[in-house]
Design a protein around this ligand. Structure first.
Ligand SMILES: Cc1ncc(COP(=O)(O)O)c(C=O)c1O
Length: 405
């Protein structure tokens, strides 16, 4: 069992903000001392550029950086570290694939995504489709906020080249049945490529990309206790090998001549220029932190917090919760509206009590339009969340209701 109060001691922000009730991990997670120390270690002890130096501190930095690639490969069940590409965030990982796969798309091909996507997994595909005049299909959700599987599968045919969908919705919390869905999609078209957006999943339960059966999987360091400015793209090696580089420059080449360039093998051919070395090394410490906690325990704690919050929130008059009602089918995020009160007013009043939640469309405008709401309020939970945090949220919401009564 995870004890959120115990965990809080590892997060220095709680010392500096003793009354903080942080319920916005879906936007970004807090950082434990171990991650901050590891980043600091790079800057203070071996702050050199990687790959380039034939001197000890550069070799040490390179070793630390590449070790994280191996850690991540192990963490998500990749075949090898060669399948792990470091980018800036999940958004860049998706854009990289959209650019790589997009180059090979032609009129008549089709792309399928879903209405529950974050803009990061929606706009890159939409724009590719618009540019290439190819069909872009957006699958519906059910009234309970789950993917409408029948609708999605109905959109797959022999022209489908790319299917992109999220593992966990950042608004509805819905955990999509990725493995079974991929099996069904590939049964209809074994040649289409599938990208899974794991931005809200990789930090919350055990991921095994090979078991899931997808072709690409992406996530962000900053949502999993790690530094901002680092994202991860996992892709099947042969796919990465066949994809063109995303950007050109130093370190991604093996030889440059006046009239041509030879590129390195994946993953390095996708990492042009000096990367966020400290960030990647810090991400390694975040992975270690999660591994010590145990991903099963992380998930258990999230279910416990979500169940508790759902129960209390349901008791508030006029409050509507979006997404699946069973906590086993959702991640630790709850979007809600309160009758006649704007989500921004809710968030602002809560902030006056140091309670941090998010309000707006959460970069999921098509979803909000389909739900016929302009904005929702959203509270999200993680390893440092306690029942006391949720009690504070509920107390704060009662105060909001009193103010607007
Ligand atoms: C489901 C989902 N996908 C993608 C992203 C984009 O992540 P980033 O901003 O780190 O690129 C987010 C961010 O909130 C998200 O929730």
């Amino acid at each position: 069992m995870i004890d959120g109060n115990q965990i809080k001691k590892d997060f220095p922000i709680y010392r500096h903000q003793p009354n903080l009730v942080y319920l916005d991990t879906t936007a970004t997670s807090l950082k434990p001392q171990q991650v901050i120390d590891k980043e600091n270690e790079y800057y203070t002890k071996y702050s050199a550029n990687i790959f380039r130096g034939i001197y000890k501190i550069s070799e040490k930095a390179t070793e630390e950086y590449e070790r994280v690639r191996e850690k991540i490969a192990h963490f998500i069940g990749a075949k090898s570290a060669g399948e792990i590409v470091f980018v800036r965030n999940a958004t860049e990982a998706i854009n990289l694939v959209a650019a790589g796969v997009g180059k090979t798309l032609k009129t008549g091909d089709e792309i399928v995504t879903t209405i529950m996507e974050h803009h990061s997994n929606f706009v890159p595909w939409q724009q590719r489709a618009l540019k290439k005049h190819i069909a872009y299909h957006v699958s519906r959700i059910t009234s309970e906020g789950k993917l409408d599987e029948k609708d999605l599968l109905g959109k797959i045919n022999n022209k489908t080249r790319m299917v992109a969908f999220t593992h966990v919705s950042n608004v509805l919390g819905t955990i999509n049945p990725v493995k079974t869905l991929i099996k069904k999609i590939k049964a209809k078209n074994p040649h289409c490529l599938i990208l899974v957006d794991g931005a809200q999943a990789a930090a919350h339960f055990k991921i095994d990309v090979r078991d899931l059966g997808c072709d690409f999987y992406v996530f962000s360091s900053h949502k999993m206790l790690g530094p901002t400015g680092v994202g991860v793209l996992w892709g099947r090696y042969e796919l990465l090998d066949n994809m063109n580089p995303y950007q050109y420059g130093g370190e991604m080449i093996s030889a440059v001549y006046v009239d041509r360039t030879e590129f390195k093998d994946p993953p390095h051919k996708f990492e042009a220029g000096t990367p966020h070395i400290a960030g990647v090394i810090g991400l390694g410490a975040a992975i270690d932190y999660l591994r010590v906690l145990g991903m099963d325990k992380v998930r258990q704690h999230e279910i416990e917090m979500t169940s508790y919050a759902l129960k209390l929130l349901r008791s508030l008059k006029g409050l509507k919760i979006y997404g699946p009602q069973n906590p086993e089918n959702r991640g630790g995020v709850i979007a809600f509206t309160i009758e006649r009160i704007h989500a921004h007013d809710i968030a602002q009043i809560l902030d006056s009590n140091n309670i941090c939640i998010r309000a707006g469309h959460h970069c999921a405008m098509p979803l909000h339009l389909s739900l016929d709401v302009a904005s929702t309020a959203r509270a999200s939970f993680y390893v440092y969340t306690t029942k006391e945090d949720i009690d504070a949220l509920v107390k704060g919401l009662k105060r909001v209701q009193e103010i607007f009564a």
